[in-house]
Design a protein around this ligand. Structure first.
Ligand code: URA
Length: 315
């Protein structure tokens, strides 16, 4: 028995020597095991996130591409923490740069928050008015200008503690110049009221400021062009909580291509603000069953902001 083992050991040993001689070794010594590859598109700042689904359609909760892991953001098995663990808040600026990777990345389970150049830009004495002027009503930076009626900049309290970020204006918003005024907007207004707030207490804006034709998804280049203005809006408002409505804004701000259902309801850090993603109200119009999930997310927001449930008015 021992002899057999010894002869096996000998075989293995000589094979390893053989590998060494061939110049293949010593691959068996302390080789770091790479489980999840941090191979993330650069998102907003150029190599943009692939927003693979139209927010507000039944596709919303589906899972899209992989994203890298970050030890400070909730991660799945590749990062060694269970997916169900509550997400710690990840300081954006602490994310290490992501090295490009040759082989395809195994699927990770949570978005990584990356510091990207356009998001790093800080403009001294910036203001919402200045951002609005910088965009200009006649903006032609991206192809969305061709079909839009007007820029839909954003609305609400410029000092809001809570900002809702949608995807892009729809037809009603394009007509009226105000975000979330259509059917989905009415639902958002109800959601805000359920939190005991009014639209004018919060700030509401979108990733892209012009309506994508036929309410299609904003495309990578459009997001890359317009999202720096969103970043500036958020920097100026400096809210405590950012609530991303749907995959587009969540993927843009978290710089990930992961499907929203992977990280919905979890807390992340966005430049010192707490960021949570929930389903888009347009998705809820099609899938009312998901409202309970969204309500759970909004209650988390309320807890962070110290908001009490509003008293029901007597009939
Ligand atoms: N959907 C959005 O994402 N934004 C709006 O402003 C309206 C609908």
């Amino acid at each position: 028995m021992d002899l057999k083992r010894n002869s096996k050991n000998f075989d293995v040993e000589s094979w390893l020597h053989y590998a060494d001689e061939l110049g293949l070794g010593p691959f068996y010594l302390d080789r770091p095991v790479q489980i999840a590859a941090p191979n993330l598109p650069n998102g907003v700042s150029g190599a943009s996130p692939s927003v693979s689904q139209r927010v507000g359609t039944p596709r919303e909760p589906s899972v899209s591409a992989s994203a890298p892991t970050d030890s400070s953001v909730r991660v799945g098995p590749s990062g060694g923490r269970p997916i169900s663990a509550p997400a710690p808040v990840a300081p954006l600026r602490q994310s290490p740069p992501v090295a490009p990777q040759k082989s395809p990345a195994p699927q990770a389970f949570a978005p990584r928050v990356e510091a990207q150049s356009l998001f790093e830009e800080r403009i001294e004495n910036d203001s919402l008015e200045r951002i609005r002027q910088d965009i200009t009503p006649t903006c032609t930076r991206c192809k969305l200008h061709k079909a839009r009626k007007q820029i839909v900049f954003g609305v609400g309290n410029p000092k809001a503690q809570l900002v809702f970020v949608g995807e892009g204006p729809g037809r009603d918003e394009d007509e009226q110049g105000e975000p979330f005024v259509g059917r989905a907007g009415k639902l958002l207004t109800d959601m805000i009221a359920a939190m005991g707030l009014r639209r004018q207490d919060v700030y509401i804006c979108n990733v892209v400021k012009c309506r994508p034709p036929e309410n299609r998804l904003p495309e990578k280049d459009e997001i890359a062009t317009c999202s720096p203005f969103l970043a500036r809006q958020l920097a100026v408002i400096n809210p405590r909580v950012i609530c991303c409505l749907g995959a587009c804004s969540a993927q843009t701000l978290l710089n990930t291509t992961q499907g929203i259902s992977r990280f919905r309801g979890e807390w992340f850090d966005y430049r010192g603000a707490k960021l949570i993603a929930t389903y888009h109200p347009a998705y809820l119009l099609r899938n009312p069953a998901a409202k309970s999930e969204v309500w759970k997310d909004l209650q988390k927001v309320m807890a962070v902001l110290g908001l009490q449930l509003p008293r029901k008015s007597k009939p």
